[in-house]
Design a binder for this molecule. Sequence first.
Ligand SMILES: Cc1ncc(COP(=O)(O)O)c(C=O)c1O
Length: 378
Amino acid sequence: MKKSIYLDNAASAPILDDVVEVMADALRTLNGNPSSTHKFGRKAKAAIEQSRKTIAGCLNASIGEIFFTSGGTEANNTALHCAVDQLGVTRLIISSIEHPSIINTANYIATHQGIEVVQLTVNEHGLIHIDELKNLLEGSNQKTLVSIMHANNEIGTIQPVDQIGVLCQEHGALFHTDAVQTIGHLPFDVSTRPISFLSASGHKFHGPKGIGFLYVNSDNIIEPYIQGGSQERNVRAGTENVAGIVGMAKALSHCYEHMSEKSDYVKELRSYLIEQLRVKLPQIELVSYASSDDCLFTIVNFHIPSSAKSDLLLMNLDIAGIAASGGSACSSGAEKPSHVIEAIGNYSENGKCVRFSMSFMNTKAELDRVVDALTKYV
Ligand SMILES: Cc1ncc(COP(=O)(O)O)c(C=O)c1O
């Protein structure tokens, strides 16, 4: 039986062995509650603070600007809710291809709190139109939070976060970026960027699931979104996920240590897959930007034209031991194209989009097998 091929790293990247080891050690030895004042509690607390220091160091943030959450979803919810409830925001500007943890949260706030939500349109590759944002910011004095993701999780498009940040600063708007797909893969220096909030998630950079963090620029003082005890300097209540925090910090420091060699390697894999498919299956269309300057190098999305075989493509790939993702959500048993695919064009009419998301753990030989399988099923 052939080895399985995992190309769904944007959904969850396999945890590193080193991370499992530090987490196992934390689970065994850090038994105290970090809020307890005895030595067991202090030891757990010290491990959390050391992890916070590591993570803050990677982003060039201050230690006091990093708050641990249960993942990217909670970090995104916290940023949006706190901006509206506590920082006077009356308008949210998001893009039409944000993750559901932004779109659904914004829509919830609009419904329940009467806040205006504007969705920016995107081009055929998912890039926002910066002039549309500029016009919106220039055209109103409303206190605004702009929330635009760093890279899209389905098609990989990298948004111009530096330009967006500067525009927001010029117009007195707050800026949040959902950097769940990029942290650990692309460097991000918060000290040189006008940014109010940033969300990240451990399992997207080979750390554990169920842990993430929110960066909150020290200019913005927020109160707890989740009520309870005074953990996380009274910003996020609940006993900390000590092993998760320690594991996430280990994963992030590993990614930073090896960032350039690993990104070069994965960029080459991505170009190789694009080139092989261009030559061998020209009917398959590249949906993502080809260049890794415009698209996160871990993600590539293709449109597969409709045929009797290709309609069952993901299932056939799965049977062949290849894990990819359809970029579609299943509702009432019927597969429908995702909001991202719908926002960028008319792809769903005559076929479907497939996302392959890679890591340094993949090889060219695996991609050869993927191309062979596609040749068979498309
Ligand atoms: C862009 C983006 N934002 C947020 C999330 C949610 O993160 P988590 O799974 O940690 O809740 C994801 C997860 O797929 C994502 O890709």
